[in-house]
Design a protein around this ligand. Structure first.
Ligand code: EZ4
Ligand code: CO
Length: 405
C-alpha cells in the first residue's frame, strides 16, 4: 500500500488547526494533527517543502521505518516544528494501518487496559467564588477531577481565565500580535492557597483537584507552593517551574509530596528523560502532536511506566480533535495512563470540520470500535474557515522583565 498523495490543510474554525491527510494508492487515507499554536504556517510549509516529497511512493505500512527516516535519518533533530510535522505523518499512518486491519488503533497497540478514559475538566473565574461555582457545575455534570484557575487580583490578565470571552476559541483565536500580560508571584501566592482551601471546604475530599502554574515560579517557590497545598491534596500540580534544566526539579521534589506533572511543550523523550528516570515527576504530559506522534508517545509511556510515572496527555484547545482521538487510543491502552485533560470537543464550527466517534459520559470518554483513529475531516467545510494569524501572549514582571508565559 503506497503513499500516493499527502495534503496539508490550515483552517481556523475560531482558532487555527493544521491537519494532514495521507492518501494511499488503495484509497485508504489517514489523518494527523500538526498544529503548533502561533507557528502553524511554519509546520505546514515544512511538511509541504521538506517532508512530503520524500514520502510519496513509500509503503504506508512502514510506520517505524518512516518515523526513523524522518527523525534519525535527518541530521537536524528534535524541535517543535519538526516533531509536529513527524507527529502528523505518524498519526495518519496509524490511522491507515487501523483502517487496513479493520481495527481501532488501540487494538494495534495491545488492546484496552480499561473501560473508558478518565478526564479532568477546567473551572476558571474572575473570583474564587465564581471559580467554585463553575467547579460545582462540572461536578453536577459528572466530572470527578477538575483543574482550578482563578484571576489574580491586581494583575491585568491571568493564565487560564476567560474574562469576558465566551470560550477558549474566542480567547486564543484572534490575536494578530502577541498581547502582553503581567505577572507577580507575590500576588499569585496570596490568591492560590485560598482558592484550594475554599475548594476543599466547599466540596470535601471526594473530588480530584488540579492546578496549572504555567511555569511562572522559580523551583524553590514551586517547592513552597507544593508544601502549602499539601493539606488540599491535589491530584497534581502542573508546570510548577520550567525544567529545561531537569535537575531543577530535585529542589521541588525534596520539599513537597504534592504530585508533579510536566511535559506539554516537550518534543522528545530527551526533554524529560531525567525527570522520569529520577522519579522527579508523577505525570508526564507530552502530547502526540508535539512529541512525535503515537510511535514516540508509546515509547515514552513504556519508559515512564518502569519509573512509576503515569501519563496525562495535554488536552488544550490548540490540539485538534485528531490529536485528541490519538490520545484516546493511547490512553485506553497505556497500562500507566493517569488522566486526560479535557476542554470539550470544540465549537459548532470545528464540529462541522472534525467528526469524532467518542462519547462523553460521567467525566469519562468511551471509544467506538471504528477502525483507525475514528475521526473524519471535511475538506469542503474546512475551506470556509481560512487561516488567521494568532499568537500566544507574552508575560512580563511588573518592572517590565520578560517572564515565562
Ligand atoms: O497554555 O496549549 O494545560 N494546558 C495549557 C495550555 C497552553 C496552550 C498553549 O498553546 O497549559 O492551555
Ligand atoms: Co498546562
Amino acid at each position: 500500500m503506497k503513499i500516493k498523495e499527502i495534503k496539508v490543510f490550515v483552517c481556523s474554525p475560531g482558532r487555527n488547526f493544521v491537519t494532514v491527510k495521507v492518501i494511499t494508492d488503495s484509497d485508504i487515507y489517514g489523518l494527523g494533527d500538526a498544529t503548533l499554536n502561533g507557528r502553524e504556517i511554519a509546520v505546514a510549509t515544512y511538511l509541504e517543502e521538506h517532508l512530503i516529497p520524500c514520502l510519496i511512493g513509500r509503503n504506508a505500512h512502514d510506520i517505524e521505518d518512516i518515523w526513523q527516516y524522518l527523525y534519525r535519518g535527518v541530521y537536524w533533530r528534535k524541535g517543535a516544528v519538526n516533531m509536529a510535522a513527524i507527529a502528523a505523518i505518524d498519526m495518519a499512518l496509524w490511522d491507515i494501518k487501523g483502517k487496513a486491519a479493520n481495527m481501532p488503533v488501540y487494538q494495534l497497540l495491545g488492546g484496552k487496559s480499561r473501560r473508558a478514559v478518565g478526564l479532568y475538566a477546567h473551572a476558571n473565574g474572575d473570583t474564587i467564588e465564581n471559580t467554585l461555582d463553575k467547579t460545582e457545575e462540572l461536578i453536577d455534570q459528572g466530572f470527578k477531577a477538575i483543574r482550578l484557575q482563578c484571576a489574580v487580583p491586581g494583575l491585568n490578565v491571568t493564565y487560564g481565565v476567560l474574562g469576558d470571552k465566551a470560550d477558549y476559541f474566542e480567547l486564543q483565536g484572534n490575536r494578530p500580535l502577541p498581547p502582553e500580560e503581567e505577572w507577580s508571584t507575590q500576588k499569585y501566592f496570596n490568591m492560590v492557597v485560598d482558592l484550594f482551601a475554599q475548594a476543599r471546604a466547599r466540596f470535601g475530599n471526594n473530588i480530584h483537584l488540579l492546578h496549572d502554574v504555567h511555569s511562572r515560579l522559580m523551583p524553590i517557590e514551586s517547592a513552597r507552593l507544593g508544601k502549602l497545598l499539601e493539606p488540599y491534596n491535589l491530584l497534581f500540580l502542573e508546570d510548577a517551574s520550567i525544567a529545561e534544566n531537569q535537575d531543577s526539579y530535585k529542589v521541588i521534589r525534596q520539599h513537597t509530596t504534592t504530585p508533579l506533572a510536566i511535559g506539554e511543550t516537550y518534543n522528545t523523550i530527551w526533554d524529560c528523560k531525567e525527570l522520569i528516570q529520577n522519579q522527579l515527576i508523577d505525570y508526564i504530559r507530552v502530547a502526540a502532536t508535539h512529541a512525535g506522534g503515537i510511535t514516540a508517545l508509546r515509547r515514552i509511556a513504556d519508559f515512564a511506566s518502569i519509573h512509576n510515572v503515569k501519563t496525562a496527555p495535554h488536552g488544550a484547545p490548540d490540539l485538534s480533535p485528531v490529536c485528541f482521538a490519538a490520545h484516546m487510543h493511547l490512553n485506553i491502552w497505556a497500562p500507566n495512563f493517569g488522566i486526560q485533560e479535557f476542554v470539550g470537543f470544540g465549537n459548532e464550527h470545528s464540529a462541522r470540520i472534525f467528526q469524532h466517534t467518542l462519547t462523553l459520559e460521567n467525566g469519562m470518554v468511551f471509544l467506538s470500535d471504528a477502525p483507525g483513529l475514528g475521526i473524519e475531516f471535511d475538506e469542503e467545510a474546512a475551506k470556509e474557515y481560512p487561516y488567521k494569524r494568532s499568537y500566544l501572549p507574552v508575560s512580563r514582571l511588573e518592572d517590565g522583565t520578560v517572564w515565562h508565559w
